[in-house]
Design a protein around this ligand. Structure first.
Ligand code: FES
Length: 138
């Protein structure tokens, strides 16, 4: 049973918010004190990639993938606040997310590409759409 709204105090930290989300699903935003928690799964899926997911894929913004969920979620948050960030603002927005593989150049390029796609309001594509569009690319 989920208690009435605002019976809970704000989540103590991200781990606490994620625990609430796991326990209570979509109602966790109420339990987290009115704040919504969006995980990587909430951004998109194979049938409807978020532009940031597609950009990380196409710009080779990941290698092993260990850091990728944090990078993508942080980048989406950055673009919600700064739709056209400079490279320096992208790097600052991703501060605290460590990648041991990519050297960050492709991550910054991916965020820049996603920002352009989002400003242009490009439609979301599926994994199948992206594979078909890139199948004959050099
Ligand atoms: S892609 Fe491997 S740690 Fe970032």
């Amino acid at each position: 049973m989920i208690p009435a709204a605002f019976d809970y105090v704000r989540a103590r930290d991200v781990d606490d918010a994620i625990r609430l989300l796991r326990e209570h699903g979509e109602d966790a935003n109420v339990l987290a004190g009115g704040h919504a928690v969006t995980t990587i799964e909430g951004l998109g899926d194979a049938t409807s990639l978020h532009p940031m997911q597609e950009a990380f894929w196409l710009a080779h913004g990941l290698q092993c993938g260990y850091c990728t969920t944090g990078m993508i979620v942080s980048a989406v948050d950055l673009l919600a606040r700064r739709p056209d960030p400079s490279d320096a603002e992208i790097r600052a927005g991703l501060d605290g997310n460590l990648c041991r593989c990519t050297g960050y150049q492709n991550i910054v390029a991916a965020v820049r590409a996603a920002a352009a796609a989002m400003r242009a309001n490009e439609p979301r594509r599926s994994v199948a759409d992206v594979l078909a569009a890139t199948a004959n690319a050099p």
